[in-house]
Design a protein around this ligand. Structure first.
Ligand SMILES: *[C@@H]1O[C@H](CO)[C@@H](O)[C@H](O)[C@H]1NC(C)=O
Ligand SMILES: *[C@@H]1O[C@H](CO)[C@@H](O)[C@H](O)[C@H]1NC(C)=O
Ligand SMILES: *[C@@H]1O[C@H](CO)[C@@H](O)[C@H](O)[C@H]1NC(C)=O
Length: 484
């Protein structure tokens, strides 16, 4: 898909340098791995956990200190019958969820351009006030498959867009649909297992045939980035014209924009504004089609994205060859670079020693931008990264600061555009979450949450039994109205 195509990723990059002064979101001033930030993060997690637990237990919601707006009171106790319940379905016999992903839709993009359709869903639905938090690495395939399975990448197996199996040496690429790579139970399989139709229009992993999911041609077209966006929406709308019991209860729909523009131009370019206008028109087309069929209020629409985007201009490079006075890294040790460095040294070479020597070189002051990269044994990564529990993850992982790019060798050509894959808790890596439907309170603002929660949210709305996953059991009830 788009992020992997070198022509999309790098074409024409130099001409369009993002202007940092019009940066959309405040850029964190210190390293994302600083103890202060980790501490703040931990406090946030504790607050979130306490808040969810308390709301479940006591029937009201506590707020994280950063949330300035007042939320609805939810979780009515049985005695309080005046709390709002979900709106009953008017026309459809059962709930239907349409999940729409806009690749690389950085949180806040909808504020860059008039977006009446997205705003309408926000006003009459629920929005994650500070965006949707991706999983690490903040890349397209790991994140789309985390949203589909509720699993962190080590447990669903898609630990990068491209990676090698450590035992066979075989490489996974985004075109590989062999089920051996794709672990876990994605939403479309959960739906199919329980006897309903599901439809996927280009979601990562959806073409993989697994158990009851056979990727039926009429509900699972093969990926083709040239299919116009309008055609995708119209195909999805067409599913609602099927006999009632054939209408898919789950529809997952993917668009490559605005990631394509983000890579070429960076997040602050007028081309992004144009792409956002187009995204909004696509949302409008979907909403209109549902309205024409009289089912807009029955259908749950969830808009989200897989990750954000950070500008990469000003020659923000780290070249591994500059480490040669400390350690000669073989080119074949490097499993991935750019925004996520992963290293698998050949057998016989001590991983600890590689980490020690690389970090010594990086902190020496003699490697360009060396202070922007830190390498870890994967087990020593901060726990919030959840990036250790799979043999597919190489033993050494380098985390580079926002906007920086790791290359093996110095290249003559400088690129200037946008990238992602960085620390998933950076604001710039967040995407958005907007949901509209019978079980979402009007005008509700919820705190940011991580996208592994999406799986339980969707299975709860659909009244299906979900597979074990890394989402929290309490999350759906903390944001949904009680079933009517
Ligand atoms: C919001 O929802 C209400 C009640 O369903 C409806 O009357 C109103 O038209 C909706 N507003 C928008 C902007 O869609
Ligand atoms: C992809 O879609 C385009 C536009 O509809 C079409 O012309 C092309 O033949 C398709 N490619 C494949 C491989 O199906
Ligand atoms: C994530 O879920 C998988 C499957 O249930 C489980 O094996 C794994 O331990 C979980 N990991 C975390 C960090 O919760």
């Amino acid at each position: 898909m788009a992020p992997l195509s070198p022509s999309v990723r790098f074409a024409g990059g130099e001409r369009h340098c993002a202007n940092p002064s019009v940066s959309l979101l405040a850029k964190p001033s210190s390293s994302s791995l600083s103890p202060t930030k980790s501490l703040i993060f931990c406090i946030f997690v504790v607050i979130s956990c306490v808040s969810s637990a308390a709301s479940a237990a006591f029937g009201f919601l506590l707020f994280s200190p950063s949330s300035s707006r007042v939320l609805h009171h939810r979780f009515p106790s049985p005695s309080n019958s005046r709390e709002p319940l979900a709106r009953p379905l008017a026309k459809l016999p059962r709930p239907v969820v349409v999940v729409v992903s806009f690749d690389g839709f950085r949180f806040g993009y909808h504020l860059k351009a008039p977006s009446p359709n997205i705003r309408r869903l926000i006003a009459n639905g629920t929005e994650a006030e500070d965006g949707l938090i991706p999983v690490f690495p903040s890349l397209t395939f790991p994140n789309h498959y985390s949203m589909a399975t509720g699993l962190f990448p080590p447990y669903h197996g898609i630990i990068n867009n491209i990676f090698a199996d450590p035992y066979s040496g075989e490489w996974f690429t985004t075109k590989n649909h062999d089920p051996k790579w794709w672990l876990g139970e994605p939403l479309w399989l959960t739906v199919a297992r329980q006897g309903y139709n599901a439809a996927t229009y280009f979601w990562a992993g959806s073409e993989v045939k697994k158990d009851s999911w056979i990727c039926p041609p009429k509900f699972c077209p093969k990926y083709n980035s040239s299919i116009p966006f309008e055609e995708r929406v119209d195909a999805v709308l067409g599913y609602f014209d099927l006999p009632t019991d054939e209408i898919p209860v789950l529809i997952m729909l993917y668009f490559e924009d605005p990631d394509s523009q983000g890579h070429v131009y960076g997040p602050d370019h007028p081309e992004i504004t144009k792409a956002v206008v187009r995204v909004d028109q696509i949302v409008g087309r979907l909403v209109r089609g549902l309205e024409e069929r009289g089912i807009f209020d029955d259908v749950t629409i969830i808009l989200l994205g897989d990750h954000g985007m950070a500008g990469t201009c000003d020659e923000k490079y780290v070249f591994l060859e500059e480490l040669s006075p400390w350690i000669e890294i073989g080119p074949d040790w490097v499993m991935s670079a750019d925004s996520l460095l992963t290293i698998r040294p050949p057998s016989g070479i001590s991983w600890e020693e590689v980490v020690m020597k690389v970090n010594k070189g990086l902190s020496s002051g003699n490697v360009g931008n060396g202070d922007k990269l830190t390498v870890f044994l994967k087990e020593d990564l901060p726990e919030q990264f959840q990036y250790a529990g799979s043999d597919r993850i190489p033993p050494i992982v380098g985390v580079v600061e926002e906007g920086y790019t790791v290359k093996y060798k110095r290249e003559k050509r400088y690129e200037c555009g946008g990238s992602h894959g960085y620390d998933n808790f950076l604001l710039s890596m967040r995407s958005f979450f907007v949901a509209h439907g019978p079980r979402f309170p009007q005008g509700q603002k919820i705190p940011s949450f991580q996208n592994v929660e999406i799986y339980n949210l969707v299975t709860t709305i659909l009244n299906l039994k979900g597979a074990p996953n890394n989402g929290s059991v309490s999350f759906p009830n903390s944001v949904l109205l009680q079933d009517a």
